[in-house]
Design a protein around this ligand. Sequence first.
Ligand code: FAD
Length: 317
Amino acid sequence: MKVIDIINKAKSTVFSFELLPPLKGNDTSRLYRTIDSLVDFDPKYINITTHRDEVEFKELQDGSIVKRTVRKRPGTVAIAAAIQHKYGIPVVPHILCGGFSKSETEHVLIDLNVLGVENVLALRGDGVKNQHVFLPDPNGHANANELVTQIKDLQKGKYLESDLKNNTPLDFCIGVAGYPEKHFESPNKELDLSFLKQKVDTGADYIVTQMFFNNKVYYDFVEKCREIGITVPIIPGIKPINLKNQLTVLPKLFSIDLPFELASELAKCKNNEEARRVGTEWAILQSKDLVANNAPSLHIYTYGISDNVGEIVKAAF
Ligand code: FAD
């Protein structure tokens, strides 16, 4: 089932959680245990992140340094399909511009269609480490809007090879990312919003936001989107803080602010356990308020740690 249909049919807020594929070399047992612990809370769909190749420099015993390319978490397509078939819950694999050619993207979308996956979250991705700017694959897309265009073209049966004889349309529900506190590269919020509108005008069915810790930031963002004519559902992204160092790591990584009340409570925590309690309580307060204000769905970022997601969902719904 498509996410947009799930949201449109729902009488109240639903929820999804975002999972990371296992690190290369690990099996899927931990991932399945996570899902097992959350299925009773009735997630309506599950997001699966995608990770591009990274370049690493490794020092060998003789002191020389070798450059190697690694993908630490491969397998998004297979994992997404396996989850959907095992649990009967729709999945939303994330699709990236960065590191992928248009042709590779087309093949991923064909595979997903064969596997019965009807949803994707279309993202640009970030530059590789050590690169200050995002550089697209030479045969890939420069931004998420171009990726949405390719997915919409396939919906019309338009493949990259224009002389293809059998152009079966591939129909995906498309989500895109939005940034209530502005994308870190964007010179200002207005320009960032205009590019978000472009993605929606091209065909995105809904928006999922970057994490935020002050709900007013989300409500203001929704208002600004509506003012410029964005009418699609805007799904808030909630990140339960699990570790004490996230007090400084999250603002740095995601260019977001932590409100004084939350930051000062976290700063007082003596260990991760205490920080986790503060983070979980905060996520519960945020989620309850969003549900009370009829947010279409909650997108809960797990970053591989999900054992407090059940507590949050139980308290909020
Ligand atoms: P875009 O929409 O392309 O925007 C990127 C920047 O370019 C913005 O500053 C925008 O204002 C600007 N821009 C947009 N269009 C144009 C244009 N036409 N001309 C000029 N400038 C333009 N990353 C991963 O690697 N894997 C994941 O699984 C993943 N999942 C995510 C899930 C969510 C819900 C969110 C919010 C983010 C996720 N990310 C993920 C991170 C995301 O890839 C980065 O934030 C990335 O830097 C931007 O992606 P985007 O799709 O928003 O890019």
